[in-house]
Structures are given as C-alpha cells and as structure tokens.
Design a protein. Sequence first.
Length: 279
Amino acid sequence: MTEAGTSPDLANFSGLLVLVGAGKMGGALLEGWLRLGLDPKHVAVLEPQPSPDIAVLARRGLRLNPAPETLGNVAAIVIALKPQAAAQAIPPLGPLVSASTAVVSIMAGRTLQFLSGALARPCAMVRAMPNTPASIGRGITVAVARNASAAQRDFADRLLSATGAVEWIDDEALMDAVTAVSGSGPAYVFLLAEALAEAGVAAGLPPPLAATLARETVAGSGELLHRSPLDAAALRENVTSPGGTTAAALAVLMGQSGLAALMKKAVAAATARSRELAG
C-alpha cells in the first residue's frame, strides 16, 4: 500500500514508459509522473487527440504517437483508454510486450482475462481502478496483479501512487465493489453537496449562500476526515450533542430508510452494473 502524501521517486527511471490514452485520467497520471521527476524523454504517449500541454512536452523529448517499431524495449505500458475503445486499441500493443514488460490498465470494467486475450501474449498485468480526485493528487486507486514479480508490482505501485493513495487486493472479483464505492463514490459526495444546497434553499437561504455553505462544508469535512486519526463514526459523534439540532437531523438520516439503507442499495446497484459491463 502507498499512502497519500508519499512521494515515490521516478527520477531514476531509465527505461521506456508507454502511456496509451492521455485524456483526463491518463493526463493526471502523466502530470503526476513528471512531478515526481520522470524525464519526458522516457515517456511515449499514444493519443490521437493530444492536449496542448502534451504537445509542449513533445518539444522536451516526450515521444508523441511514435511508430511502435521504433520504441524498442518497453518497461511498462499504462492503458488509460475508455473501455469501449479497448477491443480495437489493445491488440496492436501486443508486439510492444515482452516478458519484462508490466502492463497496467485503468480501464473500468475490463478484466485481466480480457487484457490477456487482447494482448495475446503472456506478461505481467495490473488492473487498477482510480477515481477522479486523482486530478488533484488526492485520488484513491485499488489494484490487483497477475504474473507480476515483486519488482514489477512495486513499479506499478509507484506509477499509480503519483495521483494519490494505492491499495492492493488479491481477489479481482472485488473490483466491481471497488468501482461502486471509490470509482463512483465521488459522484455520491457531489450529490450530497447538491442536495444539501437544495435543502438550504428550501429552509430559506439565498441560493448562492446555500451553495457556498454546502460546498465548503462537504470539502472541509472531507479534509478533516482525511487528516484526523478518528474514524467517520467518531467524528460524527463529536459533532452531535444529545437533543441538539444535529441529533434531530441524524434521526432522519439514520432512520430505517435513511442514508445508510440508500447507500447500500446504491452501491449494490453500481456493483451489479459493473459486473454486467465486464461481461
């Protein structure tokens, strides 16, 4: 496990790292790698619609859309494509893969078995599920490896931890629940902020003030949860005075059909959908 706030060193990496797909998540990873000292000369990016920032990096030595036969020995391939593009985009990567190459996929719903079949050759593989706070270096990624040596897994951990904390699991079947909790989880938090703002307006607050209070309360509470050694239940109890206003609200939110029951149903629905998408 790599914890948020650690700084894995990539400055001494001397191989070639191929990033396939440099959209929001791929771009966030690339930005994190460069921040940790990775020389752009050791990166090749395969991206049909590169951002202006990537074009600038190409002038610093990053290889942008090179011919595959020119890449030579590839230490790692990180696949950050949309899952619907995988069937067409991954097979051409097969010739880049050798026994020493680590292939890291952050494609939602695409299993290690799918990856192995699409590449059509044995290799070290890692399937990972990041989430959108990766864009500010505060993400959480869960990963599972197959046929990877300790050194290859460690390298994958360093790559993934460039955008936040990393947790490893042994059972790939858990990735559907991971997707439902942390992959989709930011949307639940954003919905909470929306609903809290709407409730503030219903209680009489001006909409701009309600939106600001909701946004800052959710953001500040998340940061407190991040920094505090206490768990969420203890922090909740610290805010709640017996018979007070918070207790009155929690009596509604913690009722039989309250937030906990709704969240279980929501996560179960997302988990089931993840399984369907994975086939």
